[in-house]
Design a protein around this ligand. Structure first.
Ligand code: FAD
Length: 364
């Protein structure tokens, strides 16, 4: 089988498939010359387990459990820094709701006031909010180590990973059986199943096979790294203030990584920095957390999170194109949830294809 895209969606699926005896053999085709050029290498690396949607929380909980105790192929990197998180709310009712949800999901947590939050993250001094919860089991992810671990683990078990391999056509040979010829500039590969895992470009890739866009939206977000902050504790928890003036922050090197959680629907790959975002982020923070607003900006970039209409990842067969499988719309928690997403994809693929397709990918 062929997987198109070597970000978390494609790499975690290849990894999960490679661990199942009798699963289809995998050829993963990635357009860029190195892994992690897009969302998977340019995200905030926050391992937050309790997220807005309960179904996505199922995935982040499972993904985080893997990140804390990964397989041996990841052993030369520490994937998870167990720094904890401060999830903060605008109102007392919202803070209580967060604690209630954490309780229901058996996520260890402590209720915190804003003053207690500022003891753990001193730059919250003077910040607005009604407190929230401290989640000691959250962490920061080594996203490059994670992505490389998936790819290394998959190739060690026989998957072939090709970089600089942009898929430019997908032809269906036998419409009933769902056989494909997948083409790059250099060669074509015949496969019974094609997994489309192209991040912001997934709908375009699937469109090559004649599939309809399920309504994927690439949504641009900016991340900023500040100038060095004296006395920053590198093991301080990350802060995620939820609500009207949403922002997050965590130590990054000698400074902080910050986002004002801006969102703009854009064309796939439209990630030029919008200069006014620095000003708008400063405005958000000036109201929400004034000490953060005063820090100088050393670096800024933008990247796209891709969402389905219900904001849950799409991990399923295409309803109209036999043999086409979507791993798409990983949204804003795709790094944390990646292992669970890969496992769910591999389960669905093996349930249909079983071990039948062990010699599925044959180079022409
Ligand atoms: C600003 C930002 C902050 C984020 N913060 C967090 C966070 O703190 N925690 C968290 O868990 N998640 C976070 N995420 C989400 C996470 O990064 C994404 O959900 C995840 O990386 C998406 O992975 P992907 O494989 O779907 O997409 P991508 O990483 O974009 O990978 C898709 C790959 O497909 C390739 N491709 C596309 N078209 C073709 C083609 N025709 N042929 C071959 N290859 C092709 C692309 O080159 C790309 O490498 C954040 C994302 C962003 C943008």
């Amino acid at each position: 089988m062929v997987i198109v895209g070597g970000g978390f969606a494609g790499a975690a699926t290849a990894y999960a498939l490679s661990r199942r005896p009798g699963a289809p053999s995998v050829v993963l085709l990635e357009r860029e010359r190195g892994p992690g050029h897009h969302a998977s290498g340019r995200n905030a690396a926050l391992g937050r387990q309790l997220v807005d949607d309960e179904r996505v929380t199922d995935l982040t909980l499972r993904g985080a459990a893997f990140l804390r105790d990964p397989e041996p192929s990841f052993s030369d990197t520490r994937l998870w820094s167990p720094v904890g998180s401060l999830l903060l709310a605008d109102s007392e009712a919202d803070a209580r709701a967060l604690a209630g949800r954490a309780e229901n999901r058996s996520i260890a947590h402590e209720r915190v006031s804003m003053a207690e939050a500022a003891q753990r993250f001193p730059l919250l001094d003077g910040a607005a909010g009604a407190g929230g919860i401290y989640v000691p089991g959250d962490g920061v992810i080594d996203v490059h180590g994670l992505l490389m671990g998936y790819l290394r683990g998959a190739t060690r078990r026989g998957a072939s990973v090709e970089l600089g391999a942009e898929v430019s056509f997908i032809e269906r040979e036998n419409h009933g059986a769902g056989d494909f010829v997948v083409g790059t500039r250099r060669r074509s590969v015949r496969a019974r199943c094609v997994v489309v895992a192209g991040g912001a470009w997934t709908a375009r890739v699937a469109g090559l096979a004649g599939a309809r866009d399920p309504g994927l939206s690439p949504i641009r977000r900016h991340l900023l790294v500040t100038a060095p902050v004296p006395s920053i504790d590198p093991m301080a928890p990350f802060v995620w203030h939820l609500g009207a003036r949403e922002y997050y922050a965590r130590p990054e090197g000698a400074g902080l990584l910050l986002s004002g959680c801006d969102e703009a629907i854009t064309e796939p790959g439209a990630v030029s920095v919008v200069p006014s975002v620095v000003e708008r982020t400063a405005e958000t923070l000036a109201h929400a957390a004034p000490a953060l607003a005063e820090l100088g900006v050393a670096r800024i970039w933008a990247c796209q999170r891709t969402f389905t209409p219900d904001r849950r990842p799409l991990i399923d067969w295409d309803p109209e194109v036999p043999g086409l499988f979507w791993v798409a719309g990983l949204g804003g928690h795709g790094a944390t949830a990646s292992q669970a997403i890969g496992e769910d994809a591999a389960t669905a693929i093996c349930n249909r294809l079983g071990g039948r397709a062990a010699d599925d990918a044959r180079a022409e």
